[in-house]
Structure formats: C-alpha cells, structure tokens
Write a protein that binds this ligand. Structure first.
Ligand code: SAH
Length: 247
C-alpha cells in the first residue's frame, strides 16, 4: 500500500461489463477501492477493422461454432501489451496452479485474453509466443471471463495487505503440495457430532501432528495425483526397480 504497488489487471473480452463484477465486492472490492489493484476491461470488438466490427469467423475445415480472428486478437493484445505476463484462458492450456498464482501476484499484474465460441485461432499463439495458455481445470465454460475472474481473485487475495491475517495464506491447500487439514468451529457438539478431541487439547504439538497426518491422509485418498508428486519428491521408492529417474 502506499508505494507504486498496484497489481494491474487488463482483460481483453467481448463482455467488459463482466468486470470487476464479483471482484468489486468484499475483500477484492475493498482492495480495488484502496488501489491495491486495478482493472482495465478492453472491448475486443473495438479492434475489428471492418464496418460490421467482426471478431470471429467460421472454423477452417468445417464444424460448429465460430473462431476468434487472430488479426483482431493481436491488435487488441498489442495495444495493451507492456511486459506483464499474458494469459489466454483455454481448456487446451496447462491447468493453472497455486505456484503460478503466487508468481503472478508477486509481479506487476497480468493481461488476460478471454475466449468465446470455439476459442482462438491457433496462429495467435505462434505469432505471440509469450502468451501462456492456461486452463481452470477439466471443465468447459462458455467463455473465458469466469476463468479470468477466478485467476484474478486468486492473485488479489495474495497481494500485500489484502488478506487480514498474513499467515492464513501459508498453511492452505496446495501451498505445501497437500490439501489442507479439515477445519471445525463451534458449537462443540452439533447433531450429536463433536469436534475431534485433539483440537480442544490446547497441546499445539499434538494439534500440529494431527493436522499434518490428516492433510496427508486426505490428499492420498482424494488427490492421488497430488500425493504422488508430494511423496515422490521426498521419499525414494523402497526398490529402485519400478521407478528409475522420473524427475
Ligand atoms: N471448443 C473449445 C472450448 C471453447 S469454450 C475446446 O473444446 O477447447 C469457450 C471459451 O471459454 C474458451 O475459448 C475459453 O476462453 C473459455 N474456457 C472454457 N473452458 C475453460 C477452462 N476450463 N479454462 C479456461 N478457459 C475456459
């Protein structure tokens, strides 16, 4: 706060009225008012060159839907591109994770390209190789805007001074490659169920050990993909036979 620490978000979209949207409320909204971050929603259509302001055309090779034109995308991107990372939201991209979010939040901001219809003409990624294609996960949205809002939300809550207790960021899911341990709050008994006794013991070492063990068990059961990476990174397999050098 104070200094020139504004995280500058630029979103290129056919629906600029979707921004800041939910990010104008609560934590992110107050941070926006304070100037901890800024948002510039750029109308892609403003960069169309014909009198019908065309932004899309039919897919080469046939098929349903429409594809965003590379010339219009490039004109819009080039008009705002200033060295900040550029993300294109697409289910064909690398699933974004908390490590990448941390990297973005530590930088000057981000420019995000939102797709619509069938997505982007592939040549935009060849011609502007600094564009990073990222996905929100293995789901298909109708447009990149909700994905952009999610990525920005994840970045904003990490900005200095935005989240009340600075420590609450460090112990969360994914920060150490594990899911977070389960949480409980009052009432102590609810519908016949009690809070695990250890959490009421006041014994901080026991509590920490219980939480670590729960985080490991839940990650192993719920997210074998995360668990394999986490345990594989620390523990060598007993027999070197199955896995030689994976990393
Ligand atoms: N035909 C495309 C899907 C297009 S969905 C395909 O099968 O790959 C329309 C737009 O929504 C995309 O261009 C992208 O910007 C956005 N979108 C959809 N799902 C997404 C996801 N999982 N992550 C990020 N953006 C997504």
């Amino acid at each position: 706060m104070g200094e020139d620490m504004t995280f500058a978000a630029t979103v290129i979209t056919l629906y600029p009225e979707m921004f800041p949207g939910p990010l104008g409320i609560s934590l992110a909204g107050r941070a926006l008012e304070r100037g901890d971050w800024s948002i510039d929603a750029v109308q892609l259509r403003d960069f169309a060159t014909d009198r019908h302001r065309t932004v899309d055309d039919t897919p080469a090779g046939g098929g349903a839907g429409m594809v965003l034109k590379p010339d219009v995308l490039a004109a819009a991107l080039d008009s705002v591109d200033d060295g900040r990372p550029v993300l294109a939201m697409t289910p064909r991209g690398r699933p974004i994770d908390q490590a990448r979010i941390r990297g973005l939040a530590a930088g000057p901001g981000v420019t995000i390209l939102c797709g619509r219809f069938e997505g982007f003409d592939e040549r935009i990624f060849e011609a502007r190789p600094h564009i990073e294609q990222v996905s929100l996960g293995d789901i298909v949205l109708s447009g990149g805007e909700p994905a952009a809002l999610a990525v920005l939300d994840a970045c904003i809550r990490l900005l200095p001074g935005v989240m009340g207790a600075p420590l609450s960021g460090a112990e969360e899911s994914f920060e150490d490659g594990l899911l977070e341990y389960p949480q409980y709050t009052r009432p102590q008994e609810w519908e016949g169920r009690t809070i695990p006794e250890v959490l009421r013991s006041g014994d901080h070492a026991r509590i920490a050990a219980w939480r670590k063990s729960m985080a490991e068990t839940d990650t192993r059961l719920r997210r074998p993909d995360l668990w394999e990476r986490h345990s594989g990174a620390r523990v060598q397999p007993a027999s070197g036979a199955q896995r030689e050098t994976k990393d």
